[in-house]
Design a protein around this ligand. Structure first.
Ligand code: ADP
Ligand code: MG
Length: 149
């Protein structure tokens, strides 16, 4: 799916918000500046969250509990060793309910639980961004199906 500008990325996030179950893990895959945090911002807006959404690059995780669904937004860009995921106790966030959105998931492997959904963003040759969604579990498939319809 082509996203011609920032507003289109926010809109894609808002549409995705409508099909979210109360428990899901999604990896946000793409280079720096691909729009991963922008999409998350749109998703939270779609859930009714009106506050500021900042990148969790330094805090590792930002929780959003005042939306319809509990959302945890992670960013492991700064990890130099995947063990930091366990040392920070972040595995606990993957045990209960919640929508977990993870940027730079590869930097926490092999400790990070698997994704239900993979959200890929890429800078498009034509300008803007390209978005691709891939379901990896039944929960991911359900979410993807609802997103497309
Ligand atoms: P990431 O989290 O992947 O590093 P960000 O979402 O922080 O990326 O930043 C992406 C940048 O690209 C922001 O400046 C944002 O305004 C811009 N952007 C987001 N979506 C699009 C789009 N579809 N077309 C052009 N620019 C976009
Ligand atoms: Mg980001």
């Amino acid at each position: 799916m082509h996203l011609s500008d920032e507003a289109a990325t926010l809109n894609a996030g808002e549409i995705l918000a409508r099909s979210l179950p109360d428990s899901l893990t999604a990896y946000l895959v793409g280079d720096l500046g691909a729009g991963k945090t922008t999409l998350t911002r749109g998703l939270l807006r779609g859930l009714g969250y009106t506050g500021k959404v900042k990148s969790p690059t330094y805090t590792l995780v930002e929780p959003y509990k005042d939306s319809r669904i509990v959302v945890y937004h992670f960013d492991f860009y700064r990890f130099t060793d995947a063990h930091e995921f366990l040392e920070a106790g972040l595995d606990e966030y993957f045990e209960g309910l919640g929508v977990r959105l993870v940027e730079w998931a590869d930097r926490a492997q092999p400790f990070l639980p698997p994704a239900d959904l993979e959200i890929r963003l890429q800078v498009s040759a034509a300008g803007g961004r390209d978005l691709a969604l891939r379901a990896l579990t039944g929960a991911g498939q359900q979410c993807l199906h609802d997103f497309m319809t």
